[in-house]
Design a protein around this ligand. Structure first.
Ligand code: MRU
Length: 350
């Protein structure tokens, strides 16, 4: 049974499921201060590109509510400063800036109004970003489920389920859920996803609740499993897709795409239009988050390397577009050549 949600707006508070504590504990945080939203995003209490987009917008609404001025011009200025602060929380998932941009547009469009009216409009916009995310994910899942054949073995990385979005089914994992509900039977290889184990902790938890059979593997086993002929399809999510189709996703995704090509396995990305950044010509321009070395040198608080060990902890990598068989969006399945298919898609982003 699926009875959880990643984030909601509840009477001036944001409720979010603390994903750092899953799967051991299912605890919802109640947040009134936008700075705590920034902390929740940074520490991955809420994570996954679309979920971060919703959290950012709700954080901006929380920030707006406590601004203590009746002067609309002062309000606008302070609100923009809050949005700028939230935008710094994590750099790679473009959905964060996308959600904040929508909030800024609402504030700007209401600039002639009373402050209380602008605040109401901002709360309404944050709630509608959440609702839209839910609808988009159902549509995306329906579009994508055709690529999963009955009896296939799908390999996935990180977590792309309902936890990683504001609502609905999720992206790549949502596609699997829709295929399962359409009556197809298949199984999933789940990469554990070092160093923070989104696969081992979260994807297994979500697949288990839906009832889809899965097998957890260490990230470095993916090549061997493919070589044995045990994978028919790779499906992952995305944090930012550049204008040419190059795709940033959780570190390790690029290696999977290279392995998939070597073994002639289709490699699909599933992502909503809000994850596309058409302002970037290619993936080299995507900012890749570098996190604390301690996430690599330690495991659950315990050191696994000598105290003087240095570590590089890139949270994401970029998969070149030529390794991607197709991109599943709510507007349809986008196929190569991306130079023309993404030009058409761009017109639908609004
Ligand atoms: O660091 P995370 O857990 O936020 O990384 C998440 C991912 O890389 C997901 O694959 C991506 O955001 C798509 S989620 C629908």
């Amino acid at each position: 049974m699926v009875s959880y949600f990643s984030i909601s707006w509840d009477d001036g508070r944001v409720k979010l499921l603390d994903q750092r504590r899953l799967p051991q504990e299912e605890i919802y945080l109640e947040i009134r201060d936008y700075r705590e939203i920034i902390g929740a995003i940074r520490t991955l209490a809420i994570r996954g590109a679309p979920a971060i987009g919703v959290a950012g917008a709700m954080g901006a609404a929380l920030g707006a509510l406590v601004l203590n001025t009746n002067d609309p011009a002062v309000f606008q200025e302070q609100f923009l400063a809050i949005c700028q602060e939230i935008a710094q929380a994590r750099p790679t998932a473009v959905n964060l800036c996308w959600g904040l941009e929508r909030m800024k547009i609402v504030a700007r469009n209401q600039s002639g109004m009373k402050v209380s009216t602008i605040k109401e409009a901002l709360v309404a916009e944050a709630k509608s970003i959440l609702r839209e995310d839910e609808t988009i994910n159902y549509r995306l899942a329906e579009v994508g489920q055709v690529v999963i054949a009955d009896g296939s073995r799908v390999l996935t990385h990180c977590n792309t389920g309902a936890l990683a979005t504001g609502g609905g089914y999720g992206t790549a994992l949502g596609v699997m859920r829709a295929a399962w509900e359409a009556g197809k039977r298949f199984s999933v290889w789940v990469d554990e996803t070092r160093p923070l184990l989104q696969g081992a902790r979260l994807t297994t938890w979500e697949l288990g609740k839906i009832g889809i059979p899965y097998t957890l593997i260490p990230d470095n086993a993916a090549g061997a499993v493919m070589h044995k002929g045990l994978v028919d399809l790779v499906m992952v999510g995305a944090d930012r897709i550049a204008g040419n189709g190059d795709t940033a996703n959780k570190i390790g995704t690029y290696s999977l795409a290279v392995l998939a090509r070597r073994h002639n396995i289709p490699f699909y990305v599933a992502a909503p239009l809000s994850t596309f950044d058409f302002s970037l010509g290619n993936g080299d321009q995507i900012p890749v988050e570098e996190r604390e070395a301690e996430e690599v040198t330690h495991f659950q608080g315990q050191p696994v390397a000598p105290p003087q060990a240095s570590a590089l902890n890139l949270a994401f990598d970029v998969t070149p577009q030529d390794l991607i068989s197709g991109i599943i969006t709510e507007a349809g399945l986008v196929l190569p050549p991306y130079s023309s298919s993404l030009r058409h898609l761009r017109k639908k982003q609004h």
